[in-house]
Design a protein around this ligand. Structure first.
Ligand SMILES: [Zn+2]
Length: 580
């Protein structure tokens, strides 16, 4: 993916941007010695463990281990794709993103601007149409919506007719093409086209920056389908977006909680009644990405569903996805409305206060988890208990470590009558198994590193690429059995072909590769060795030399074991027995 935008451009862009400035406009930072810190935007906390290094242009959280460079931050914080993060940085720097013309056609190469433009124009037309359609206005009025709310959510109306949009916006081939690419216009087999949205109330869906990326359309009378969405396309990725999130952020400076509902109409109706913190997942299931996105905006999410079976099922899927995301300090609750009711009908019936009371009384995550398991499995028998234990274990295992996880284990232990230790051991064995499968896993807060020369060398080099010009990494590391040595060699090669590369740009080269995690952890690692500028060069030289001697010794030993001849020099070297 990275190949399409020239690597030099990305290096420059990273060098031009200041991570402190980029983060500070989103998460206010405080200077703390050489670095900056804040309460982490990726997990909830009271004492700051989120650190930004101005020198290295990296960020790291000691609480949740979120880490990376400025591109990584934008991707995580604003939930942008890699390309979008680069585009966002480039826009701030007032430069255009060049694309390598490599002769291959691929959709990421596309310029998205025409799509945003056509979507915006379509939205304006739909809004104008609403003003002239008495039927559509009536419909919204019946639903209790004011003109003000309609305007705030840019609600529009797509008139009945096959060629409203293509007729008014699709006059040139390029524009018609944009209409087709964004799904507003559909092509028939005989190359004729027609409008996707006809005789529908139109709800524009916006991204984080408020750009329109798609539409949802609701039918006015009876008919199928009741709701129709824009299809997925280059700018619209359903599972990542939350309808109403942009409007919520516009309306509130501090968002205490977000309520996740199913439909556009629910979001708008709730806003009409002063509950302006509702968002809709654009499908029945709320995805992990959507939950993460919501938790970046607030620390409490209330999932709201119809109390029928379909609602319960959707809620359970949301619970499963929440477990993989939730951390201490975050709250997830579940609100079930009476059958046949949705937030729209409910809030119109009982008003803001009663509805907010429901939100307040929503079920906690643990209550919903255990009540649901108990309702499915008869827990009076030993077999039932075992079944609950194994089901709950499988879910709890996916969680991040923390008090919430401990408390759920404790509750499970009381419920099934197994000791906490036993349950914990079952959960942790599974985690251990997973861990040993990975090589060179991340050290917790720099422990181990001082004993591990390879890690130290990698940390020094990724943090100070200039070191590669002071001391060469031996060629033999390329084929070393130790993956860390191979990595050192790769780093050296990368730096050699870009001698001025910054640390953050160097890290960028390894995005999505097998070493990404190791490198981003080591890039923020602080040890006495990595912190003292004066000694960094000497330490690096020394550690590389030691690693080299060890590697040589290993090589000679292998040679002997394979009954190969050693030269007199090699014998001398071998007998010196370099150790440590
Ligand atoms: Zn964190």
């Amino acid at each position: 993916m990275a190949g399409r935008i020239p690597q030099n451009f990305i290096d420059d862009l990273i060098a031009r941007s200041d991570i402190v400035e980029v983060i500070n406009t989103r998460v206010p930072l405080k200077r703390k010695g050489k670095e900056f810190s804040a309460c982490c935007p990726f997990h909830n906390e009271k004492t700051p463990s989120f650190t930004v290094s101005e020198n290295k242009q990296f960020f790291y959280c000691f609480g949740c281990h979120a880490k990376g460079n400025v591109i990584g931050f934008l991707m995580d914080y604003e939930h942008l794709s890699y390309i979008d993060a680069i585009e966002s940085l480039a826009a701030d720097a007032h430069v255009d993103v060049p694309h390598e013309d490599n002769g291959f056609s691929n959709q990421n190469k596309e310029d998205k601007q025409p799509y945003y433009k056509i979507l915006e124009q379509a939205s304006e037309l739909f809004q104008q149409e609403l003003k002239t359609s008495a039927r559509a206005i009536d419909y919204l009025k019946q639903r209790g919506l004011s003109g003000e709310i309609a305007k705030q959510f840019k609600i529009g109306y797509a008139p009945d007719g096959w060629n409203f949009l293509s007729g008014s916006l699709g006059k040139t081939t390029d524009k018609l093409n944009s209409l087709i690419k964004t799904g507003l216009v559909v092509t028939k087999e005989n190359d004729k086209t027609y409008d996707r949205f006809r005789d529908r109330i139109i709800f524009p869906i916006t991204d984080q920056r408020g750009r329109i990326i798609g539409f949802g359309g609701r039918i006015l009378d009876q008919g199928e389908p009741k709701y129709l969405n824009s299809p997925e396309n280059t700018v619209f990725h359903k599972g990542y977006e939350l309808y109403g999130l942009y409007e919520t952020k516009q309306a509130l400076r501090k968002i205490d909680r977000i309520i996740v509902v199913e439909g556009y109409m629910d979001v708008v109706a709730l806003a009409q009644h002063g509950i302006n913190y509702a968002v809709a997942s654009l499908g029945t299931a709320t995805t992990t990405e959507q939950i993460q996105k919501a938790f970046r905006t607030t620390h409490e999410i209330v999932f709201c569903y119809d109390g029928d079976n379909a609602g319960k099922k959707a809620a359970w899927r949301a619970l499963e996805n929440t477990l993989t995301v939730i951390r201490d300090g975050m709250i997830a609750k579940f609100l079930f409305l009476p059958e046949k009711e949705d937030p729209d009908t409910m809030v119109r019936k009982e008003g803001k206060e009663a509805f907010e009371q429901r939100i307040k009384n929503a079920k906690t995550l643990s209550d919903f988890l255990f009540e649901n398991l108990k309702s499915e499995i008869d827990i009076s028998s030993t077999e039932g208990k075992a079944q609950v234990a194994s089901k709950a274990n499988a879910l709890i295992q996916k969680m991040h470590n923390g008090f919430l996880k401990d408390l759920l284990i404790e509750e499970l232990s009381t419920l099934v009558g197994l000791s906490q230790q036993l349950l914990e051991s079952k959960i942790s064995t599974k985690i251990e198994n997973k861990k040993t499968a990975q090589t060179l896993t991340k050290p917790a807060r720099g422990q181990q590193i001082s004993n591990n020369k390879t890690r130290l060398a990698v940390a020094l080099l990724i943090q100070n690429p200039i070191l590669a010009s002071h001391h060469t990494v031996p060629d033999m590391f390329k084929h070393a059995a130790n993956k860390g040595l191979q990595l050192l060699h790769t780093l050296q090669q990368t730096i050699a072909s870009n001698p001025d590369i910054s640390a953050a740009a160097l890290l960028e080269r390894f995005r999505d590769g097998e070493h990404e995690n190791t490198l981003s952890t080591l890039s923020m690692l602080q040890t006495p060795e990595t912190e003292n500028d004066n000694t960094v060069t000497e330490v690096f030289k020394e550690v590389i030399e030691r690693l080299h001697r060890e590697e040589r010794s290993e090589y000679l030993k292998n040679k002997l074991e394979n009954n190969e001849q050693l030269s007199p020099e090699e014998w001398n070297e071998y007998l010196e027995k370099p150790n440590k």
